[in-house]
Design a protein around this ligand. Structure first.
Ligand SMILES: NC(=O)C1=CN([C@@H]2O[C@H](COP(=O)(O)OP(=O)(O)OC[C@H]3O[C@@H](n4cnc5c(N)ncnc54)[C@H](OP(=O)(O)O)[C@@H]3O)[C@@H](O)[C@H]2O)[C@H](O)CC1
Ligand SMILES: [K+]
Length: 505
């Protein structure tokens, strides 16, 4: 299944293209009907007239028009709908004015302010959609900010229309330096899915996302530059194992890292690589560390300077530090022909050295960079805040500069290629926000490269499997609170085996 993600500019183009072929108001009416159906699903099968009312927030633009259509449809279905309408300074569009009349003519109730003791069954957020032009403000401009803040105290589901109000649909950032945005439990988004619902603050604000195409056919849809990840994007790499194979059939991974005081990081990466299926996994330590891993004695420990790097997939950086020795090893790895995952301290070193950056950009073997936002910021010479303000653009820029596949970690991990293609990973949860989980991810990415996956599929697959492993742990009560990185490799192994099994049909 293809899951394209469209920019606001592309959604506007889809809207205009479809609009030209339809009577005025058709798309808004369809949006209103679809969202009212979704609202009724969320309300469950409660007896009409005997349930808590639905609060519908309608803003000044067409998002508000959608909301008024929802209210009219709910009222027609016998559901008690109350609208809080905050019109703007400008006249409403014709379709929004029509929706307003329809709601006024029916049994919809209108209120001017939020009652302090309101007991709602559901809130519908139709304040702003893709037309949000600036941060939500207080008294001077309609009290949007206070209204959204008041929603935080409610315990009922919140259904956002198109985009949670206050969120940037392109980037997933809350608009404004001290901005506020609706925290919806569900979002019904129109005419195509949007990247901002799936990355940065997007996942926390959008909740569960449903895409509603409003009966607009594929002839109106442009080519998407970004898509939402799915196992189908790497399905061609999932192969069942043959009987007549040996450990040499599944590749060697060498994890290079582990300076003094940071010996755990490469071990976690190596465990991820081993349980992800590599034939042999080495831990190449910079420091004189432990001789073996008592949890995973299959791992082979070596001194980093002594290990032959040829013919091995390398994961370089976990706990590596920034010593001259680390730099020398990194230069050697970058100059070689081994598939390579560049993580953690290795990224910091490259960020500080145009020479290393040049070596990286000149590589021909498969190369994946796995920065977290701060490492990515060092690579681009900016702050982590700027990286996070537009994660897709930042990841694309990193991919161009390094000529490598980039995997920018964070909620809604973003994979980018130098040609601009982007995938946002949909799996994972807050349990991954713990020390060492990035090391395991680098190890999983390395193991997939070692098993012959191309860089793009290895990055998408590693992010997906790592996130699904965390989801599996949560499903078993192991997290999100207290989930540890050491628990991820076994869960990732279970996910990978499930995927291979499913790929057999
Ligand atoms: N047109 C259709 O048939 C369909 C539209 N859909 C829905 O429409 C919205 C997009 O509608 P649009 O009117 O372009 O934009 P919004 O409703 O999101 O908001 C624009 C209005 O809001 C004002 N504005 C913007 N930011 C703020 C702010 N921070 N505070 C106060 N007011 C703000 C803006 O006024 P200006 O002063 O900036 O001119 C506009 O009045 C889309 O998201 C869909 O929900 C459906 O897709 C169906 C088809
Ligand atoms: K909205």
């Amino acid at each position: 299944m293809d899951n394209p993600l469209y920019t606001v500019a592309q959604i506007r183009a889809i809207e205009q293209s479809a609009y030209a072929t339809l009577p005025p108001g058709t798309l808004m009416q369809r949006a209103g009907r679809a969202a009212a159906r979704f609202a009724m699903e969320l309300l469950g099968e409660r007896t009409p007239g005997n349930s808590r009312p639905v609060l519908v927030l309608a803003g000044p633009g067409n998002n508000g028009g959608d909301a008024l259509e929802v209210a009219a449809n709910l009222a027609d279905a016998g559901i008690d709908a109350t609208v809080l309408h905050l019109p703007g300074r400008q006249d409403a569009s014709e379709e929004t004015a029509t929706a307003h009349e329809r709601a006024r003519d029916g049994t919809v109730g209108f209120i001017d302010m939020l009652p302090p003791d309101g007991d709602w069954g559901l809130v519908v957020d139709g304040l702003f959609g893709i037309g949000l032009a600036r941060p939500l403000e207080g008294a001077l401009e309609g009290d949007y900010r206070d209204l959204v803040a008041a929603l935080e105290a409610l315990r009922c589901p919140i259904l956002a229309l198109d985009v949670p109000s206050g969120l940037d649909a392109d980037t997933g950032a809350v608009v404004g330096p001290d901005g506020i945005a609706v925290r919806a439990t569900h979002t019904i988004t129109f005419l195509g899915d949007k990247p901002g619902l799936h990355t940065a603050a997007g996942r926390d604000h959008a909740g569960q996302v449903r895409v509603e195409m409003l009966e607009v056919g594929p002839e109106h849809l442009p080519a998407a530059g970004a898509r939402l990840g799915s196992a189908e994007l790497f399905a061609r790499c999932l192969a069942p194992r043959r009987h007549d194979t040996h450990k040499g059939s599944y590749g060697d991974v060498a994890v290079i890292g582990g300076a003094h005081g940071m010996l755990g990081a490469p071990v976690l990466a190596a465990r991820g690589a081993l349980l992800g299926g590599a034939g042999r996994v080495f831990v190449a330590m910079l420091d004189a560390g432990p001789g073996y891993d008592s949890v995973q004695p299959e791992l082979m420990f070596r001194n980093a300077d002594d290990l032959d790097l040829d013919g091995r997939t390398l994961v370089i950086g976990p706990g590596m530090g920034g010593s001259a020795g680390a730099m020398r090893l990194l230069a050697k790895a970058l100059d070689g022909n081994s598939p390579l995952v560049v993580d953690a301290d290795a990224i910091n070193l490259i960020g500080a050295s145009p020479d290393l950056l040049g070596r990286l950009a000149g590589r021909r073997a498969p190369t994946v960079l796995t920065p977290h936002p701060l490492e990515g910021a060092r690579l681009l010479g900016m702050t982590a805040g700027v990286v996070q303000a537009d994660r897709l653009a930042s990841a694309r820029e990193m991919a161009v500069r390094t000529q490598a596949t980039v995997l920018l970690k964070g909620s809604g991990t973003v994979m980018a290629r130098p040609d601009g293609a982007v995938v946002i990973n949909p799996t994972g949860n807050a349990g991954l926000a713990t020390a060492g989980s990035g090391d395991v991810l680098a190890g999983i990415c390395g193991t997939l490269l070692a098993q012959g996956w191309p860089a793009w599929e290895a990055a998408i697959g590693a992010a997906w499997i790592h996130g699904a492993a965390a989801d599996l742990l949560v499903a078993h009560g192991i997290g999100p609170v207290g989930m540890t990185a050491g628990e991820l490799p076994a869960a990732a192994r279970a996910v990978l085996n499930m995927l291979v099994q499913e790929s057999l049909g």
